[in-house]
Design a protein around this ligand. Structure first.
Ligand SMILES: Nc1ncnc2c1ncn2[C@@H]1O[C@H](COP(=O)(O)OP(=O)(O)O)[C@@H](O)[C@H]1O
Ligand SMILES: [Mg+2]
Length: 338
């Protein structure tokens, strides 16, 4: 068994050194900069980071949906023994949509405003299964609507997108993504536009669908609260790189990277005044002009001299827990040797 086959037996999808860049007139912008990420079968994986860290670019790379001037610049996207990064457009389209599907952040822009929602989901199903009789396809869509918690699914089938609430539209999008029974569902900020009650419902729904179908899910979010709710494992992304990876309990109990700790401190808690919310100072750096050392260094209260000049590697903090931080690694080494 090769290394890749071994990864494939356990994982539905593996990214290996994925690199995706924007080729702009000001230079090459590495939006995804050497990302390794595994999505085990039947697990819900969170990809977390502030806006502009490269999360959507990672998802779009997997789906082959990069827009010019963005392109995959290197690495592998291993799915079912194949490298999607090398697949011809036509074969890629067959995989994405059927075996991998994606829910986008803004359902209104992904739904056609002049078509009834049931019909849109039905068409998706028929594109991937041309032999399916229309009546049967309709029945499957209504079943899926019921499954994703759309009340009175037969009636809603004939609604136009604008006749539904934001929460219901997002459920329609999830139904559309689920109706072909994908092995992997990628949800890019699926609950960002929704209020917290609806958000909780949608997240529970994803977990229930995973439990029922055994599919894997990649949830992309800037909100660690979402991660705590549903994810088995978490990848934290900063400036195009994974800076920490662990299972959810480990990450919340022993966050190692100062960036992760900053994100944890910014989770809103009930009863906490908004101004007490700890926000990480500064902003995500311009990826065209990354600092010479650690990309987080300019915002990091714990940065030392070496952080300004050396780029940290991803190293093991504990079994199954990796972190990209010079300070943390120096500390753990000391503690372990003590
Ligand atoms: N069309 C574009 N041209 C140049 N840079 C872009 C373009 N779209 C996005 N970017 C840059 O790519 C980086 C990653 O973006 P994205 O993956 O959308 O981040 P996230 O989803 O984490 O918010 C950002 O720094 C952003 O500025
Ligand atoms: Mg995004």
């Amino acid at each position: 068994m090769t290394e890749n086959e071994r990864a494939g037996a356990q994982n539905v999808l593996s990214l290996r050194g994925l690199r995706a860049c924007f080729y702009t007139e000001h230079g090459v912008l590495p939006a995804v900069d050497g990302v390794d990420l595994d999505i085990p079968r039947g697990k819900i994986i969170g990809l977390v980071g502030e806006s502009g860290c490269g999360k959507s670019m990672t998802a779009r790379s997997i789906m082959g949906l990069l827009r010019e001037p963005g392109r995959i610049a290197g690495g592998q996207i291993l799915f079912d023994g194949r490298d999607l990064a090398q697949l011809p457009e036509k074969e890629l389209r067959a995989v994405c949509g059927q075996q991998i599907s994606m829910v986008f952040q803004e359902p209104m822009t992904s739904l056609n405003p002049v078509l009834r929602v049931g019909r849109q989901v039905c068409e998706t199903l028929l594109v991937h299964d041309r032999s399916l009789p229309r009546a049967q396809a309709r029945r499957r869509v209504i079943e899926m609507f019921a499954k994703v918690g759309i009340p009175e699914p037969e009636k809603r089938y004939d609604c136009y997108p604008h006749e539904l609430s934001g929460g219901l539209r997002q459920r329609v999008m999830i139904a559309m993504a689920m109706v072909c029974r994908p092995q992997l569902l990628i949800a890019d900020e699926p609950t960002t536009a929704l209020d917290v009650t609806i958000e909780a419902q949608i997240l529970r729904l994803m977990r229930a669908l995973r439990d029922e179908t055994g599919m894997s899910v990649l949830i992309i979010t800037h909100n660690l609260g979402v991660v705590a709710e549903v994810c088995d494992e978490v990848y934290v992304m900063y400036a195009g790189k994974i800076v920490e990876h662990a299972d959810t309990f480990e990450l919340f109990d022993h966050p190692a990277h100062p960036y992760t700790r900053g994100l944890l401190a910014s989770i809103p808690r009930i009863g906490q005044a908004a101004e007490r919310l700890h926000a990480i100072p500064g902003v995500v750096p311009n990826l065209l002009h990354l600092p010479a050392g650690c990309a987080f260094c300019p915002r990091c209260a714990e940065a030392g001299e070496a952080c300004r000049t050396r780029r940290p590697d991803l190293t093991e903090a504990a079994p199954g827990h990796t972190v990209r931080c010079l300070q943390y690694c120096a500390e753990t080494a000391e503690r372990r040797n003590a």
